[in-house]
Ligand binder design. Structure first.
Ligand code: TTP
Length: 243
């Protein structure tokens, strides 16, 4: 359908329960069209992670509304909603088990081919294949310890294998070198061509070729547009570039 992967924020404000002071997200409105890649950038504490956690209803908005595929997230069956959305969080979420168990988690019927394809896009297939036991290698206790960047790439493969309508990458390439990150993004364009992607990042280089970029500061949208537009018009964006 035409609304598959569409996300709309309408005057969204959000405070964590019991928190005092200013809301974490303030009167935020935005429409992300199906298949678009939207970058979200802003300094630490700006509210980027909080913002995206509202989409799969890990938290509920304090006021305003979020719609996914034109339906208010409050009217979705939460399980169905979350099946459409894959979030790769900042924190590593791998468990003690084999590589393949970790990637298949959340999509138990994935075939080996699907797992290998997703791993290739995430630039994880080569290092996994180089282990003596390949995808059967145990991670964690009594097994292999992956580097931070390798863990992030396995986490991305886990999200991709689910073939979500909405893919949210929350600063999950921070430990991946810039060249590898850039290859992942190139492959993603093909693999997730019709997937709506939200890309949270600290580095401008991670979001500069997104269709749209949101600049967030203190829970407010202070800039919105393409890289070139923001370079000209958004002071906060220029500051992030220079930092
Ligand atoms: P975040 O939403 O974590 O801000 P961010 O994602 O932009 O920051 P970073 O790049 O460092 O990840 O935090 C916004 C505010 O919300 C901040 O004041 C901390 C607060 N907060 C909570 O109170 N509880 C939470 O669970 C989270 C995630 C944030």
């Amino acid at each position: 359908s035409l609304s598959k992967g569409k996300i709309e924020f309408e005057n969204v404000s959000f405070s964590y329960k019991g928190a005092v002071g200013d809301p974490v997200i303030k009167n935020f409105s935005f429409t992300c069209l199906p298949g678009q890649t939207v970058g979200i950038i802003g300094s630490t504490g700006a509210g980027k992670s909080s913002l995206i956690q509202l989409i799969p209803r890990f938290y509920d908005v304090t006021s305003g509304a979020i719609r996914v595929n034109d339906i208010d997230v409050k009217d979705w069956d939460v399980k169905e909603l979350r099946e459409k959305i894959a979030v790769v969080p900042q924190k590593n979420i791998l468990f003690t088990g084999t590589v393949i168990e970790n990637i298949r988690w959340g999509k138990e019927d994935a075939t080996f081919e699907e797992i290998a394809d997703a791993s290739k896009v995430a630039e994880a297939h080569d290092f996994i294949s180089a282990f003596p036991e390949g995808y059967e290698t145990r991670l964690g206790q009594g097994g292999v310890n992956l580097s931070g960047g390798q863990k992030q790439r396995v986490s991305i493969a886990r999200a991709l294998v689910r073939k979500p309508e909405i893919l949210i990458l929350d600063d999950c390439t921070s430990a991946v070198d810039v060249a590898t990150e850039s290859r992942i993004k190139e492959s993603l364009k093909r693999y997730a061509e019709n997937t709506t992607c939200l890309l949270i990042a600290q580095r401008i280089s991670s979001v500069m070729d997104a269709d749209q970029i949101i600049v967030l500061e203190n829970g407010e949208m202070v800039g919105y547009g393409h890289h070139e537009e923001l370079l000209k018009s958004c002071k906060v964006y220029q500051e992030i570039l220079q930092s």
